[in-house]
Design a protein around this ligand. Structure first.
Ligand SMILES: NC(=O)c1ccc[n+]([C@@H]2O[C@H](COP(=O)([O-])OP(=O)(O)OC[C@H]3O[C@@H](n4cnc5c(N)ncnc54)[C@H](OP(=O)(O)O)[C@@H]3O)[C@@H](O)[C@H]2O)c1
Length: 324
């Protein structure tokens, strides 16, 4: 089969489309015929070799942590859970999506192996390839808002990086939860943030100082999410916008989220984790028309090196799915 791999860490040119053996599912695993994976910024960080501490991968490595596809083969027993019950979505021919283990081989390939318990039935209302844009970013938004941020109805939430892949889900989910949502975005994505339902959209390119951001936000927020690769001092500015007892939840974990203990404001650095129950709920919302999957672009496997190079140059805006 065709797969994109790299045998050394480095720039985008370490990625190569290669012929490799079709993988065989081991205990608890499912082989998925890949309809698509998606590009996540962490794919580039892993490829550059900067994540070997938290996410150690063995070389050669195939990137691509999201998967959407069709169940192709199962290890014996993979269709049953620990109590012997049937794992509904895990049957040959079923359309599934999932968040693959970040240290294992990814889905930039014609076939990928997935733990059976990470897979859920794919949404039926969108193209299967586009559904690869949901798992990691949707779960990150969900866990940032509701697990780490403890968002409650009626609260004010600031989403920094609202026009990114995680941000657009966070805005939609927070609005649906009854929060007042303020999205901070650049001009290229401001319209997407508005369309996602943000009550206020702040154009970050128009801000000359932190005071202008505070004025645009218009008072303390209960929760701030940082979903953007900002400078550390901008995280400190965000803490200052959170009211007493509130939280700053940060996904760009290479910069620790500051706290303001005197005011009871807690900075939380989060790592997304696979959660099939949460992912199934996101799928339900997609099919109910309550959550929109936005895909900016589709590229083929052979174009993955060029996509990584464009991302490094800041030329990728919005979610890209990668189809074999
Ligand atoms: N810790 C975890 O578990 C976890 C999980 C998922 C993602 N992440 C990280 O979270 C971040 C967001 O992920 P993503 O998939 O949404 O990435 P993405 O689609 O690339 O979005 C990032 C957004 O950040 C915005 N941005 C860039 N520089 C900014 C700045 N100085 N100030 C404000 N906004 C800025 C961009 O906004 P404009 O388009 O408006 O210019 C872009 O929309 C990435 O850094 C990713 O690595 C972490």
């Amino acid at each position: 089969m065709k797969a994109v791999r790299y045998s050394q860490f480095g720039d985008a040119d370490v990625l190569h489309l290669e012929d490799v053996a079709v993988p065989v599912p081991a205990a608890g695993q499912v082989r998925v015929r890949v309809a698509a994976t998606s590009f996540n910024p962490v794919d580039a960080s892993i490829r550059a070799g900067g994540m070997q501490g938290p996410i150690p991968v063995a070389l050669p490595h195939t990137p691509g942590i999201d998967v959407a596809g069709t169940v192709d083969a199962l290890a014996p027993g993979a269709d049953q859970d620990d109590d012997g019950g049937a794992r509904g979505p895990v049957a040959v021919g079923r359309s599934v999506i999932g968040f693959l283990p970040m240290t294992g081989a990814g889905a930039s390939a014609e076939f990928a192996l997935a733990p059976a318990d990470a897979l859920v039935a794919a949404p039926t209302s969108v193209d299967l390839a586009d559904a690869a844009a949901l798992p990691i970013t949707g779960l990150t938004a969900w866990q940032a808002l509701f697990e780490h941020g403890d968002l409650q109805r009626g609260q004010r939430v600031l989403v920094n990086g609202a026009g990114g892949a995680v941000g657009l889900y966070a805005v939609q989910l927070a609005v649906a939860a009854g929060a007042h949502v303020i999205g901070v975005a650049g001009p290229r994505s401001a319209e997407r943030v508005r369309a996602a339902g943000a009550h206020v959209v702040v154009d970050r390119s128009s801000l000359g100082s932190s005071g202008e951001l505070a004025a645009a936000v218009g008072g303390p927020v209960d929760l701030a999410l940082n979903l953007a690769p900002v400078e550390p001092q901008q995280l400190t500015v965000l803490v200052g916008l959170v009211g007493d007892g509130g939280r700053l939840v940060n996904t760009t974990v290479w910069m620790p989220a500051p706290s303001d203990e005197g005011r009871g404001v807690r900075g939380v650095d989060m790592f997304v984790r696979s959660n099939a129950g949460q992912l199934a709920e996101l799928v339900r919302r997609v099919d109910a028309g309550e959550l929109r999957i936005a895909v900016a672009e589709r590229v083929g496997l052979a174009d993955l090196p060029a996509l990584h190079a464009r991302a490094a140059a800041g030329e990728v805006s919005g979610k890209v799915v990668v189809v074999p």
